[in-house]
Design a binder for this molecule. Structure first.
Ligand SMILES: N[C@@H](CCC(=O)N[C@@H](CS)C(=O)NCC(=O)O)C(=O)O
Length: 213
C-alpha cells in the first residue's frame, strides 16, 4: 500500500495523488500540512526533515521507499509502475520529460507563486500589488512558451501522455483557477486544448476539478 501525506490544497500533493490515480494504485492519503499540522511532529520529521508535504512511503522490506520532493515522487511512481509508458524508457524522450518537470519546479512555479499566494491566500487589504504584477509579468511569457511548445504536439513530451504532463497540468490548474474578478489571462489556444484533454482524463478527477481554496 502506498501512503501519501499531504493536504489536497497543495499543488505538490495534487501531483502525487493524480499520478497515483493515473497508475491505478491502491493508496491511502493522510492529511498533513497547513491547517492539519502534523509536519512538525517527530514522526513526520523522521520521514521528511523539511517539514513540508508531500511525503510518501511505499513498498516493504528491501523494496521500501520513503520519499519527499513531489516531482521525484512522480518520477519514482511512474518508473516503478509505468516504465516505457508514463516514464519513457528511451533516453531522448525520458530526458525531454525530465527537463519540463524541472522547468515546472524551478522556473514556472517560482514565477507564478506570488500571484497565487496573493490572490488566493491573502486577504485583499493585505495584498501587495507590486508582487502580483511582477509575478504575472514573469509567468505569462512562460505559459506563452509552453503554448508554443504544445502547438506541435498533443502533450508536453510528444503525442502521448507522460509523467511531464502531471506537474505542468497542476501548474496550469493553479493559474487557470486564479479569480476571474482579478485576472484575465491571455488566449493560449494550444495550452487550453491540452489542459481540456487533461481535465477529461478520469484519473484527473478529484484533482484538476478541485477549487484552489
Ligand atoms: N519542492 C517541494 C516543495 C514542498 C512544499 O513547499 N510544500 C508546501 C505545500 S505546496 C508545504 O508543505 N507547505 C507547508 C505546509 O503545508 O504546512 C516539493 O515539490 O515537494
Amino acid at each position: 500500500m502506498l501512503n501519501i501525506w499531504g493536504r489536497m490544497s497543495s499543488i505538490n500533493v495534487r501531483k502525487v495523488v493524480w499520478c497515483a490515480q493515473e497508475l491505478g494504485l491502491d493508496f491511502q492519503r493522510t492529511e498533513a500540512g497547513g491547517k492539519f499540522g502534523v509536519v512538525q511532529t517527530p514522526e513526520y520529521l523522521a520521514l521528511n526533515p523539511n517539514a513540508v508535504v508531500p511525503t510518501i512511503d511505499d513498498g516493504e522490506g528491501a523494496e521500501r521507499v520513503t520519499l519527499w520532493e513531489s516531482n521525484v515522487i512522480v518520477r519514482y511512481l511512474c518508473a516503478r509502475h509505468s516504465l516505457g509508458d508514463l516514464y519513457p524508457s528511451e533516453l531522448p524522450a525520458r530526458f525531454d520529460a525530465e527537463r519540463w518537470m524541472d522547468w515546472q519546479q524551478t522556473t514556472l512555479n517560482r514565477a507564478s507563486r506570488d500571484a497565487f499566494i496573493q490572490w488566493v491566500r491573502t486577504p485583499p487589504a493585505q495584498r501587495q500589488p507590486a508582487l502580483i504584477q511582477a509575478s504575472v509579468c514573469a509567468t505569462e511569457p512562460l505559459f506563452a512558451l509552453l503554448d508554443a511548445h504544445l502547438a506541435t504536439r498533443a502533450h508536453v513530451g510528444g503525442e502521448r501522455f507522460t509523467m511531464a504532463d502531471i506537474p505542468l497540468g497542476c501548474e496550469a490548474h493553479r493559474w487557470f483557477g486564479l479569480p476571474a474578478s482579478e485576472y484575465q489571462r491571455p488566449a493560449w489556444p494550444h495550452l487550453e486544448r491540452w489542459y481540456a484533454a487533461l481535465l477529461a482524463r478520469p484519473a484527473a478527477r478529484g484533482v484538476l476539478d478541485l477549487s484552489l481554496e
